[in-house]
Write a new protein. Structure first.
Length: 409
């Protein structure tokens, strides 16, 4: 067995067979699968020394998991035999087949996999960057703030709690409302929910895009008495006055809501350097990478593939989507490396574990056509279930660390 990799500060000279940009869920899973397929000379470009299991951050914010349990050293998940360059990528030239790193060094590649993830644009809402992490404002979308969410929820006994979601695509589209349900259920159990006004601000025309799960969530918000603002988003924050502006895009009106607790989800986009690259999809105003929605291959540069949050695919950005995208991408990349046309197709499968209470969850699984794609055909996952909550809290993290990141699943 090869020694556990340590980061290389300077890239090796010469052309690399495969360069993977990003050492998160997508990049590590692809690199592990390529190694299992016998591919050598793989380089991962990833600046962070910590790897996070982000799906648990909602439960951290809900007081049901520790932040420590969501992280591991990045070195521990780099596949054996894979070179790790611990640097920021700052540019890509797909014509010259080079990736520029922070500091000016360049990597040359034969094949490129784009998986740098998504960027949190805290400055995308006036006032949000200054307010988050202070006073009564938190967000489960950053590990430094998720534990604070629970402290705010735990300490609240009356007032107004507002939970928001931006109009951009976000990581795990259900997370902005799941924390509202966890908070409301906690307050209900503490017998203070009747003294708390809960407002949920969503940019979508419905609670959920798939009717089978939308009906369940409508029952959930009714149970907790949550006020839902559809087709709306937070457009300004005043942290000193504890106020936000909510704009109704359907009616063209705005209202100011004073809050005692604000859980804010920032707008999100492709990293700035990706937006500026030739790989960005001209049809994506947020700069996500162009990719055929079935083969995951770039439509112009045939030696470039993309997956995960950075790919401009018409599906929810989740780890479950990555789990289905990775084997398709690797099979198609191997086809191209061997002079063949891509032979595998991704159908848009994604999954959203909809935590609706502190011990209940409905598991939404669907494809590009929003058709249900249940993995448990003998279990009704449209309904709130305790066994599904246990599956999310305990089974999925183990599957992630031991099976998905190692390329076995």
């Amino acid at each position: 067995m090869a020694a556990r990799p340590t980061p290389s500060r300077l890239p090796d000279t010469g052309r690399h067979r495969v360069v993977v940009i990003g050492g998160g869920s997508a990049g590590i899973t692809v690199a592990a699968r390529l190694r299992r397929a016998g591919v050598t000379d793989i380089t991962i470009v990833e600046p962070s020394d910590t790897h996070w299991y982000q799906p648990l951050w909602t439960l951290v914010g809900g007081g049901q998991a520790s932040l420590r349990g969501t992280r591991r050293p990045e070195a521990s998940v780099i596949p054996d035999g894979v070179r790790w360059v611990r640097r920021h990528a700052v540019a890509v030239d797909p014509d010259a087949r080079t990736v520029t790193l922070f500091g000016g060094d360049q990597l040359s590649y034969e094949y490129l996999v784009m998986a740098p993830g998504i960027q949190l644009d805290w400055n995308g809402v006036p006032g949000l960057a200054d307010a988050v992490g202070h006073g009564r404002v938190s967000s489960n979308y950053a590990p430094e703030y998720a534990p604070r969410t629970w402290e705010l929820i735990k300490g609240m006994r009356s007032g107004t709690a507002v939970f928001t979601q931006p109009a951009t695509p976000v990581k795990c589209g259900g997370a902005p409302q799941k924390i509202a349900y966890l908070a409301a259920d906690y307050w209900r159990k503490q017998k203070v929910l009747d003294r708390i006004r809960v407002v949920l601000v969503l940019p979508t025309p419905a609670l959920f895009g798939v009717p089978e799960w939308r009906r369940t969530l409508e029952q959930v918000v009714h149970r907790y008495g949550i006020e839902v603002r559809l087709q709306s988003e937070m457009t300004a924050v005043d942290g000193d006055r504890h106020e936000i502006v909510v704009t109704d895009h359907a009616g063209g009106t705005s209202e100011t809501i004073r809050y005692d607790l604000l859980h804010a989800v920032p707008p999100q986009s492709a990293p700035d350097w990706v937006k500026a690259s030739p790989l960005a999809d001209p049809a994506s105003p947020l700069g996500f990478v162009a990719a055929d929605k079935h083969t995951l291959r770039h439509p112009v540069y045939g030696n470039v593939f993309a997956l995960g949050d950075v790919a401009n695919l018409p599906t929810s950005k989740t780890g479950a989507a990555v789990r289905k995208q990775a084997p398709v991408l690797v099979a198609n990349l191997l086809d191209v490396m061997n002079g063949r046309s891509p032979s595998r197709g991704y159908d848009g499968y994604t999954s959203c574990p909809l935590v609706t209470a502190r011990d209940r969850m409905a598991l939404a699984e669907f494809d590009y056509d929003l058709k249900p794609r249940p993995s448990f055909p003998l279990i009704n996952t449209f309904k709130e279930r305790r066994d599904m909550w246990v599956f999310k809290r305990y089974a999925l993290p183990s599957i992630y660390w031991h099976d998905m990141l190692t390329g076995r699943l």
